[in-house]
Design a protein around this ligand. Structure first.
Ligand code: BGC
Length: 759
C-alpha cells in the first residue's frame, strides 16, 4: 500500500470532500494528523505570481521575474529557450514556496481578437504542442508542477464563463486538442486545468468526454484535474465527470453537497476516493522538492532579455536596421518610457526590475543625441499637440523610433478586442511621423496580430516586440542595434483586415453559443484554403542575414505510416552576419478521403549559422504527421498515397519539396452498411469487389430501362452507374432494380451483410 493510499484509508468522508475543494485561494487542505501536506499553486504562465498571503486573491504579488509572455516565446520557435525559461520559473517557484505554477496555456489562437492571446502560443496545434511540452519539461525537471490550461476550446474571453464552444469532434481532435495531447502524453504535467466555458453544451468542469474519456482513458493522464478558478457549478456532477480539485476555496457548502450526494447515492464514493488519492499523491510528491532556496534575479533578468530578443519578429526592413550608434535619434511613444511588457489579468506580475526602453536604447546608442516625445497618451484622448511635438523631433533627427503599445484596456483577460487596430491617435502619429521622417522604425508591443494597412507603407522598418517581459526594453535595443540578429518568426498570421479572419462570422457567437463554423480551417489553414492575401503569413520573419536552402532529401521514398520518414535539407547563411533560421516542414496530402487543409506544419528546427556556414537540418515525421482524425472510426487514420513534404522559410515561402508515398498499416473495420450508396461501396477496400459484382448482376435488369446511361467502365468490364443511382442508398438501388425485373433485394441484402461481416 502506498503512503497516499494509507492516508486515504484513514480519511473520513467529510475530509475527502473538503480535500476536493481548495482550502484557500491558492492552497489545498492539509491534515496534520495524517501527515498530508498542503499543495500551493500560483499563476503562471510567464513567471510566478505568488500573493503574499495564501488566502488572498489580490493582484499585487511578491517580486518575481516577468519572462516574455507566450506571444513572444512562441515566436522563438525555440524549445531549448522555452525549456530554460521553464527551469528558471521553477527556481523562482521553489524560492517562493510554490508547488504548482498555473501554466502553460496551449489554447489555439482561433481569432486574433481573443483578449488573452498573449498568454497562448499559436494558431497551429503542432507548434503550440512542442512549446507546451518544452515549458512543462523545464519546470517539472526541478520538481515543480505545471498546470496545463485551459482544457479545452477556450478561445475567447467574451462570456467565457457561460459560452458554449460548438465544435465538431474532428476539429476538436485535429485543432483544439493536439497541443494538450502532446503535453499530457509526452511531458506528463502534474495537473490539467479545465476551462470555464462549455464545450458542446457541457461545462469544462463537468465534461466527462474531455476529462475522463479523452484525458484519462485515451491519453493516460494520471495527475490531478483542477478547475479554473470559479469554473465549478455543481461539485458532485464535476467529480463524477472527472474533475478532482475545485479552486479556489474554501467552500464548505460545496463540500457538504459532496457529502450529501455520496449519502444519497447520487455520487459514487469511488469518484471522490479517486480524486482524493490523486490530490494526496501530488501533495506528497510536491513536498519532496526542497523549497526556499533563493533565485538569482539578475541572471533571470538577463535570461528574460535573451529570450525576448529571440522572439522578436522583424516584419519589414528596407535596410535601415540594424542602427549604427551615434547621430540624432528621436524616440517617440509612451511605451519608450513606460514599458508595455505583460498583459492584464491573472498572469499580471510584480517584477523584480523593469528595463526602461529608452534608457536601454541609450545604453547602446553610443554618443547619439536622443530626444523623447510622448506621441500618444495612455488613453483614447485625441492629442494633436503630442503628434506635432513628435513630428518636430523626428524632422530634426537622423532616425525616428516609434514605440507603440496596444493599450491594456484593448487587450486583456476577461474581454475580447473589438478590432485589430492600434488607437486612432497611434495611427495618426505613425502616419505623421513617417511622412516627416522616412527613416522611421515602428516597434510594436502587443499580444496578437494588429492591422497595419493604414500605415505600413510609411516606416522603413517594423519590429514586432510583443509583450516580451520585464527585460523587453533591453531586448528591443539589442535587436535595433544588431547586438542580436532578429530571428523570431510569427506563430500566428497577421491578416490584412478583421473581415478576412477565419472566425469573423462566428465570433463571439450568439445566445451563449459560438459555432466553430470554420472547422479545421483556422490560421494559415484558412488563408491557404480561401486564397486570401495576408499582411504577414504564419512562420514569417526577417533577419539581418539571408539563408539559402538546398534540395530536400528524404530517408525513404516509400514508407509505412508507423515507421515515418525523415526529411533533411542543407541551409546556408549567405549573408555577412551570424543568425538563426527557423526551418519549417509542412505536409500536403495529395488525395484524401476527407477534406483536409492544404498543408499543415508537422516539423520545425531552429539552426544557428555563422556567415557562409552550411548545416544539414533533419526533421523526423511520424505517423501523426500524415494522419487525420476519422470521426466515423473515432480514431487517427492514414490512407495510402502520395504526400508532398514542403520545406519552407514561412507558410508562404516554400523553398523545396519532396514527394513520398505512404503505406497505411491500419486494418480498419468497414463503415459500410446497406444504407451506404454504391459510390461508397466502390471506394472501400472491402466493399469494392462486392459492389462491382452486384452491379454486374443488376445490369441485365437495368439495361433495358437505362439504355446508354449505363456506360461501360474504363476497363470495358465494370458498367458505371449514372450518378443518381451511384448515390442512392444501396438497398434503394436494389428496390429500383427489383421493380424492373432484378433479383430479390432481401436475399442480396442478407448476402452482402454476411460477406461484409466476414471480410
Ligand atoms: C484564469 C486562469 C488562472 C486562474 C487563477 C483564472 O481566471 O482563467 O488562467 O490560472 O484564474 O488566477
Amino acid at each position: 500500500m502506498t503512503k497516499a493510499e494509507e492516508i486515504l484509508g484513514h480519511m473520513k468522508l467529510e475530509e475527502k470532500a473538503a480535500l476536493s475543494i481548495g482550502a484557500t485561494a491558492w492552497t489545498t487542505t492539509s491534515i496534520d494528523r495524517l501527515g498530508l501536506p498542503v499543495l500551493t499553486m500560483s499563476d503562471g504562465p510567464h513567471g510566478v505570481r505568488k500573493t503574499p498571503e495564501a488566502g488572498s486573491m489580490q493582484i499585487e504579488a511578491l517580486p518575481a521575474t516577468c519572462f516574455p509572455t507566450a506571444s513572444c516565446m512562441s515566436a522563438t520557435w525555440d524549445v531549448e529557450s522555452v525549456r530554460e525559461m521553464g527551469r528558471a520559473i521553477a527556481e523562482e517557484a521553489i524560492a517562493l514556496g510554490v508547488d504548482v505554477v498555473l501554466g502553460p496555456g496551449v489554447n489555439m489562437k482561433r481569432t486574433p481578437l481573443c483578449g488573452r492571446n498573449f498568454e497562448y502560443f499559436s494558431e497551429d496545434p503542432f507548434l503550440a504542442g512542442e512549446l507546451g511540452v518544452a515549458w512543462i519539461d523545464g519546470i517539472q525537471s526541478l520538481g515543480v508542477g505545471a498546470s496545463l490550461k485551459h482544457f479545452a476550446a477556450n478561445n475567447q474571453e467574451t462570456r467565457r464563463m457561460t459560452v458554449s464552444s460548438e465544435v465538431d469532434e474532428r476539429t476538436l481532435r485535429e485543432i483544439y486538442l493536439p497541443a494538450f495531447e502532446a503535453a499530457v502524453t509526452r511531458a506528463r504535467p502534474w495537473t490539467v486545468m479545465c476551462c470555464y466555458n462549455r464545450v458542446n453544451g457541457t461545462y469544462g468542469s463537468e465534461n466527462r468526454h474531455l476529462l475522463t474519456e479523452i484525458l484519462r482513458d485515451e491519453w493516460g493522464f494520471d495527475g490531478v484535474t483542477v478547475s479554473d478558478w470559479g469554473a465549478v457549478h455543481d461539485r458532485p456532477k464535476a467529480l463524477a465527470a472527472g474533475l478532482e480539485l475545485e479552486m479556489p476555496g474554501p467552500r464548505p457548502r460545496r463540500a457538504k453537497h459532496v457529502v450529501d450526494a455520496v449519502g444519497s447515492g447520487s455520487l459514487d464514493e469511488t469518484a471522490l476516493d479517486r480524486a482524493a488519492l490523486r490530490i494526496i499523491r501530488t501533495a506528497l510528491h510536491a513536498a519532496e522538492a526542497p523549497k526556499g532556496a533563493p533565485f538569482d534575479a539578475k541572471a533571470h533578468h538577463a535570461l528574460a532579455r535573451r529570450i525576448a530578443a529571440r522572439g522578436m519578429v522583424l516584419l519589414k526592413n528596407d535596410g535601415i536596421l540594424p542602427l549604427r550608434a551615434g547621430g540624432r535619434i528621436a524616440v517617440i511613444g509612451h511605451a519608450a518610457e513606460e514599458a508595455h511588457f505583460q498583459g492584464g489579468g491573472s498572469s499580471h506580475m510584480t517584477t523584480t526590475q523593469v528595463d526602461v526602453p529608452i534608457e536601454a536604447l541609450k545604453g547602446l546608442a553610443g554618443n547619439a543625441a536622443v530626444t523623447y516625445a510622448e506621441g500618444y497618451p495612455a488613453d483614447e484622448t485625441a492629442r494633436p499637440d503630442l503628434i506635432a511635438a513628435a513630428v518636430a523631433d523626428a524632422r530634426a533627427a537622423d532616425v525616428a523610433l516609434l514605440y507603440v503599445a496596444l493599450p491594456t484596456y484593448k487587450e486583456n483577460e476577461g474581454s475580447d478586442r473589438a478590432d485589430l487596430d492600434l488607437t486612432a491617435q497611434q495611427i495618426k502619429l505613425i502616419q505623421a511621423v513617417t511622412a516627416a521622417q522616412p527613416r522611421s522604425v515602428v516597434v510594436l508591443f502587443n499580444g496578437s496580430a494588429v492591422a497595419m494597412s493604414e500605415w505600413i507603407d510609411g516606416p522603413a522598418a517594423v519590429l514586432e516586440a510583443w509583450m516580451a517581459g520585464q527585460a523587453s526594453g533591453g531586448a528591443v535595443a539589442d535587436v535595433l542595434f544588431g547586438v542580436v540578429n532578429p530571428s523570431g518568426k510569427l506563430a500566428e498570421t497577421f491578416p490584412l483586415r478583421l473581415e478576412d479572419t477565419p472566425a469573423y462570422l462566428n465570433h463571439p457567437g450568439e445566445e451563449d453559443r459560438v459555432r466553430y463554423g470554420e472547422g479545421l480551417f483556422i490560421g494559415y489553414r484558412w488563408y491557404d484554403a480561401t486564397r486570401k492575401r495576408v499582411l504577414f503569413p504564419f512562420g514569417f520573419g526577417l533577419s539581418y542575414t539571408t539563408f539559402a536552402y538546398g534540395q530536400p532529401r528524404v530517408s525513404a521514398a516509400e514508407f509505412d505510416d508507423t515507421a515515418g520518414v525523415t526529411v533533411s535539407v542543407d541551409v546556408t547563411n549567405t549573408g555577412s552576419v551570424a543568425g538563426d533560421e527557423i526551418v519549417q516542414v509542412y505536409v500536403h496530402d495529395r488525395i484524401a478521403g476527407l477534406v483536409r487543409p492544404e498543408k499543415e506544419l508537422k516539423g520545425f528546427a531552429r539552426v544557428h549559422l555563422e556567415p557562409g556556414e552550411t548545416r544539414a537540418v533533419s526533421i523526423p515525421l511520424g505517423f501523426r504527421a500524415f494522419a487525420f482524425f476519422h470521426p466515423g472510426h473515432g480514431r487517427w487514420v492514414t490512407e495510402d498515397g502520395e504526400f508532398d513534404l514542403l520545406v519552407a522559410a514561412s507558410s508562404a515561402d516554400i523553398r523545396g519539396a519532396a514527394t513520398v508515398t505512404l503505406r497505411s498499416t491500419a486494418d480498419l473495420p468497414t463503415l459500410l452498411t446497406v444504407a451506404s450508396p454504391p459510390a461508397d461501396w466502390l471506394a472501400d477496400k472491402r466493399g469494392r469487389p462486392l459492389a462491382a459484382a452486384l452491379i454486374r448482376e443488376l445490369v441485365p435488369a437495368l439495361k433495358p430501362v437505362m439504355g446508354n446511361q449505363l456506360e461501360e467502365g474504363a476497363n470495358g468490364l465494370d458498367p458505371v452507374l449514372p450518378d443518381f443511382l451511384l448515390y442512392m442508398p444501396l438497398r434503394d438501388l436494389l428496390e429500383f432494380a427489383a421493380a424492373v425485373g432484378g433479383p430479390d433485394p432481401d436475399a442480396i441484402v442478407a448476402r452482402l451483410e454476411t460477406a461484409l461481416a466476414a471480410s
